[in-house]
Design a protein around this ligand. Structure first.
Ligand code: GCV
Length: 644
């Protein structure tokens, strides 16, 4: 398996320097083991320490932070708790030789978000439709295969180590769609979760488990899962006690309820606060939390009914419940109101829950952003989202009081992520969850330095040229101006402009011969703009202030509508799709420049994906341009061939 951003060479600076570690505990032992391995690899050994990592009650930084500085030729990490030493050690790895060059004053580093979590959508069984990993593009699960726990300690430990190095401290191990077999992880297959917890624990990572809301019936034989039924509450309490007996530092439950066919409190005439609270009460004695997903909408709607707006659903369901959730409920909200599209406005739910802990959910797995066939570095999207001043002056990151969550993109693929460059997304999520103010380009640079130690300038420049703006490139050749979807139903890869248009899923673009887009205004549309606090409710409402990139998300406009950019909508569609393909066409020659500078197998894997990206981008361009030429009857101002 590929070493990703922790190849042995990344440890050279540490491995050649004598070190001293003061402290005790499981994570301190991990620090020692890491140092010993580095010394064994690079011949460092006894001597006056040049690196000191010490627990110190007076170190600033809280339970996971640390101070790092260098004076008199000694680089020192001080932390109040062992996790800080581990994160401090990984910081030294990132610095490499710079950690041992000139003296620098000690500065304190602490995570902005207390919980930085990856959710796996891994199934235990290979699901007949969704496979081993739902929306997984990197092979099978690293935890289960065909119904059996893999217990591949080397693989899971390597993963724990990699993500701990980015700052991740929580992992939900199974799919939020909890099927029959997976439900049993909570009870009679709990040993499989406990085994995973044992492997993750030395890296400061707690495991969480997705559970079925109907578990009391499925597993406990109760006649109901009504959250207000005392026998149901007692069942959750007893089962949760067993979980903590087996896994004392268990993180908690993740629940997808009343969503896309999963059971939930609506089935019993109860609210989502009732549903979440019964689980929260069971977890509270042990310090556990329930991540309750806000992804609740009607997936059986009638496309002719324009009054039902899927974008409204999460707010309509959850905003009235603010203040009714227990303290250990974390409402997990997708960053946008629809579903992890390339471009969406941020979800207004994030600003509507002042008395509820909220965790914003991002998607590292590239379900809608090229499925790890396309280069699409998502750091810029997440950075833009997290820094968005949704409740001015408070940003999305600041409103995310319950931490940050992302769907993992990892599988048993030898490069972990299918596309080797998609490793950067996993890396970036952890780093941005630790510090959302980091620049995505700087994070990419870190990833390059670690993954390709000693990278020559041309390799660094090439990777930046290929990746820095790759999200924007992807946006250019796919669905335009924030309208979203237009993907092949179910697979969500490649274009199918009307694929979802007459379906029950609520993801429509409403293109006709006169125009395109969804009218979500208060004045004439679904009223969705009214879910935003000022000034956004007005900015999005008005055609004159709505940003171009979100225009079709909020408004239905004629093809001749002139954007702020000065172009008409139809000409924008043509131009962006031609430009997007040309940007993709430039990638392969760029990558050829570095053929001798990276491992040949990795080079070949990326090259093969770049060919597929170009094929697919051309398909997008031709289908989109042809469709809108045919619909609108408006020719391209530059006379290019818009069908092939
Ligand atoms: C886990 C989207 C995906 C589903 C996913 C769902 C969710 O709809 O297509 O595969 O299910 O989101 O986030 O629950």
């Amino acid at each position: 398996m590929h070493a990703a951003w922790l190849p042995p060479e990344a440890w050279r600076a540490i491995g050649t320097r004598p070190a001293r570690v003061d402290g005790e505990g499981l994570l301190v032992q991990t620090v020692l083991d890491e140092l010993n391995a580095a010394h064994a690899a690079f011949g460092g050994g006894p001597g006056a320490p040049q690196l000191v990592l010490a627990l110190s009650p007076t170190a600033d930084g809280g339970p996971e932070g640390y101070s790092l500085g260098r004076s008199d030729g000694v680089t020192t990490v001080l932390a109040e708790a062992p996790a800080g030493l581990l994160y401090g050690l990984f910081h030294v790895v990132r610095l490499g030789e710079a950690a041992f060059a000139d003296d620098f004053p000690a500065t304190v580093h602490r995570p902005v978000h207390a919980r930085r979590m990856l959710d796996h959508w891994d199934n235990v069984d290979r699901h007949p439709v969704m496979g081993q990993v739902e929306r997984g593009y990197s092979g099978g699960s690293i935890f289960w295969r065909d119904g059996v726990a893999l217990r591949d300690e080397a693989r899971v430990k390597a993963y724990a180590r990699l993500v701990a190095a980015t700052g991740i401290n929580a992992v939900a191990v199974n799919n939020v769609n909890v099927h029959a077999t997976e439900a049993h992880l909570l009870t009679d297959r709990l040993d499989e979760v406990a085994w995973l917890a044992d492997v993750f624990r030395p890296y400061g990572i707690r495991v969480h488990l997705s559970v079925s809301f109907n578990a009391p019936m499925l597993l406990g034989g109760l006649p109901t899962a009504d959250p207000l039924d005392p026998s149901v509450a007692a069942w959750w309490a007893a089962v949760t006690k067993n979980v903590y007996d087996a896994i004392p530092d268990f993180g908690g439950y993740v629940v997808k309820a009343d969503s896309e066919g999963q059971p939930g409190p609506f089935g019993y005439g109860r609210s989502h606060a009732d549903g979440a609270n019964v689980l929260a009460d069971a977890l509270a004695p042990y310090g556990g939390v329930v991540h309750w997903r806000a992804f609740v909408y009607n997936h059986r709607q009638d496309w002719r009914d324009r009054s039902t707006d899927r974008a409204r659903a999460a707010y309509d369901h959850f905003a009235p419940l603010d203040g009714q959730f227990r303290d250990n409920v974390i409402l997990q909200v997708k960053y946008g109101p629809i579903d992890f599209q390339t471009r969406e406005p941020v979800s207004p739910v994030i600003a509507a829950m002042a008395r509820t802990r909220v965790a914003v959910e991002l998607q590292v797995t590239q379900e809608y952003t090229g499925q790890q066939q396309h280069v699409c570095y998502l750091g810029p999207q997440w950075s833009e989202t997290l820094s968005f001043p949704l409740a001015e002056p408070r940003t999305v990151s600041e409103l995310s009081t319950g931490g940050l969550v992302a769907v993992s993109n990892v599988g048993d693929d030898e490069y972990w992520t299918g596309h080797p460059l998609a490793q950067a997304n996993l890396y970036a999520f952890g780093r941005l969850a630790w510090d959302p103010t980091l620049s995505p380009s700087a994070v990419l640079d870190e990833w390059i330095s670690l993954t390709f130690p000693g990278a020559e300038a041309v390799l660094r420049e090439t990777l930046h040229a290929m990746m820095d703006h790759s999200w924007r490139t992807y946006e250019l050749y796919t669905a335009p101006l924030g309208v979203g979807f237009m993907v092949k139903p179910h697979y969500h890869y490649g274009p199918d402009i009307d694929g979802y248009e007459y379906s029950p899923w609520g993801t429509y673009h409403f293109a006709d011969r006169d125009g395109i887009g969804v009218d979500r205004t208060r004045a004439t549309g679904t009223g969705y703009t009214g879910q935003y606090p000022p000034p956004w409710c007005d900015i999005y409402e008005s055609l004159s202030t709505c940003p171009d990139e979100l225009l079709l998300f909020f408004h239905h406009v004629p093809y001749g509508h002139v954007l702020h950019s000065g172009k008409t909508v139809i000409q924008h569609i043509y131009d962006t799709h031609f430009e997007g393909v040309e940007r993709v066409r430039a990638l392969r020659p760029l990558w050829e420049r570095v053929a001798g500078l990276v491992d040949p197998a990795l080079h070949a894997r990326v090259a093969e994906r770049l060919d597929e990206q170009l094929r697919c981008a051309i398909e997008w361009r031709d289908q989109i341009n042809t469709y809108f030429y045919r619909k609108s009857g408006v020719p391209d101002a530059h006379g290019r061939t818009i069908y092939a």
